[in-house]
Design a protein. Structure first.
Length: 470
């Protein structure tokens, strides 16, 4: 796997236009391309140094399909983007059946190339970032870790161990911030398809009118703007693993289509008539109360039973307060290393404050509090006063879930009148922090992708993230 700070993509194509277009398309990013004219030219390079491969499948200079199949026999999880002069649905289907992550028709469209490469690199990164399941004395230093020794977390570890090697569909349930994505990645990495890609879709992050195409792909001309055939996430996850995050946010029409593909293992692209067969291991996650949604007619009962073959329920932090000292210590060590700051200690009073605090954001909120405390501590031990200050900012900024925007603004003005600081500045800082944090979460921490969503430059997003401790 390439170094975390730099993504590298291998291009195998005798046509010099492909690497030229790729480099110009990504001129504003940290992505680097290495081009060779045929597979033999890649023999001296370690594929483990790359995050994705773009390869010509046309067969004019070499048999790209044969090379793709040989890579799949070697059980590499490296996403492979096939490109060819062939057009239409059949070429894309054959490429994906052979093991390609995606397929693009030549002449390459820069926007489609950017989308495919960004998705492939993100998939490669997610699949290779190890998740340690470590309830023992030693916590993993270099990998994401499920931390906790409470009885509730031990039950999670045992369920993970039981379900990982099986092909069953798994539904992960838990409140926001409890670590559902970490558990999904752990299921994948310890499972029987760990040698194939880990494809993820956040169903809440994609507009409803685009989500069907994202999941199932579309044919050229299926709707306005569909200038080429697109491979969907289900095809990308053929013989691999698909993680559907926030599954409770799907509308009823998409729920029906998802139910069909789970039952029959086949579907049609948007605007297509050809049945596409897929073999996908599905892991789904949600924080929503699905049983209540079923009663209200907002979620299909038959889909619920299809997804709920096996369940992992993650406990909220309030049910595992005994794990807070362990979590806080883990985050302090990791974040001090990531931020290049000297390690500091957490005073007993500060720890007691965290243990008694209301943390509706669960582990994610605790991690954010520790990060902010570390940045403000200036190398001194983190005391109770600093933690109380950060908790007051969180409670004062986020507001109660039932509080309207108008009520929140009125409360800020009331606090300003009592000497709580300028309301306008506090409101802007809070909204910016939440918006930036959500953009980074949806992009998996990728500064470039977050910048596109926010409409800001990469440098601006990087500086704001550093200032806000994101």
């Amino acid at each position: 796997m390439a170094a975390a700070s730099l993504s590298r993509v291998l291009i195998v194509d005798g046509d010099p236009e492909t690497p030229r277009l790729a480099r110009s398309t990504f001129a504003d990013s940290d992505l680097r391309f290495v081009a060779v004219s045929e597979p033999e030219g890649a023999a001296d390079r370690s594929l483990g140094d790359f995050d994705a491969v773009v390869c010509d499948l046309s067969g004019e200079r070499f048999d790209g399909f044969a090379w793709l199949k040989s890579l799949r026999r070697d059980e590499t999880a490296l996403p492979f983007i096939g490109v060819a002069a062939a057009t239409g649905s059949r070429a894309a289907i054959e490429a994906v059946k052979a093991g390609a992550f995606d397929f693009l028709a030549k002449p390459l469209d820069p926007a489609e190339l950017r989308r495919a490469v960004v998705e492939a690199v993100a998939c490669s990164r997610k699949g290779s970032e190890t998740v340690a399941i470590d309830p023992g004395d030693e916590l993993a230093e270099e990998s994401d870790t499920l931390v906790g020794r409470s009885r509730a977390m031990l039950d999670v570890y045992k369920t993970l161990g039981r379900l990982s090697p099986t092909p069953v569909t798994v539904l992960i349930r838990g409140e926001t911030g409890t670590g559902k994505e970490l558990v999904a990645r752990a299921l994948y990495q310890h499972g029987h398809r760990a040698h194939r890609p880990f494809v993820t879709v956040n169903c809440a992050a994609i507009p409803e009118n685009l989500l069907e195409s994202e999941l199932f792909g579309h044919e050229r001309g299926a709707f306005t703007g569909a200038t080429s055939t697109r491979v969907g996430k289900f095809e990308q996850a053929h013989q691999a693993t698909l993680f559907l995050d926030e599954i409770g946010d799907l509308d009823l029409a998409l729920q029906a289509k998802l139910l069909r593909v789970l039952q029959e293992k086949r579907f049609q692209r948007v605007g297509g008539s050809e049945e596409i067969a897929v073999d996908v291991r599905v892991i789904a996650a949600t924080h929503r109360p699905l049983e209540r949604m079923i009663a209200e007619g907002a979620f299909r009962e038959d889909l619920f039973y299809r997804l709920n073959v096996a369940t992992i329920k993650l406990p909220p932090l309030r049910d595992r307060t005994g794990d807070i000292p362990l979590l806080a210590s883990f985050f302090l060590k990791r974040l001090s290393r990531e931020l290049g700051l000297p390690p500091v200690t957490l005073a007993r009073g500060a720890l007691s404050c965290l243990e008694s605090a209301r943390l509706p954001g669960n582990v994610r909120q605790l991690q954010n509090l520790v990060r902010k405390a570390l940045l403000r501590s200036r190398g001194y031990p983190i005391d109770r006063a600093l933690v109380e200050e950060l908790l007051a900012e969180t409670d004062g900024g986020a507001g109660d879930a039932a509080e309207t925007l108008g009520e929140w603004c009125a409360r800020l003005l009331d606090e300003a009148e009592r000497g709580g600081g300028p309301a306008h500045r506090r409101a802007l800082e809070k909204v910016e922090a939440v918006l930036l944090g959500e953009a980074l979460r949806r992009s998996g921490g990728n500064i470039s992708q977050a910048a596109v969503r926010l409409g800001l430059s990469r440098l601006t997003v990087r500086e704001k993230a550093k200032r806000l401790g994101r």
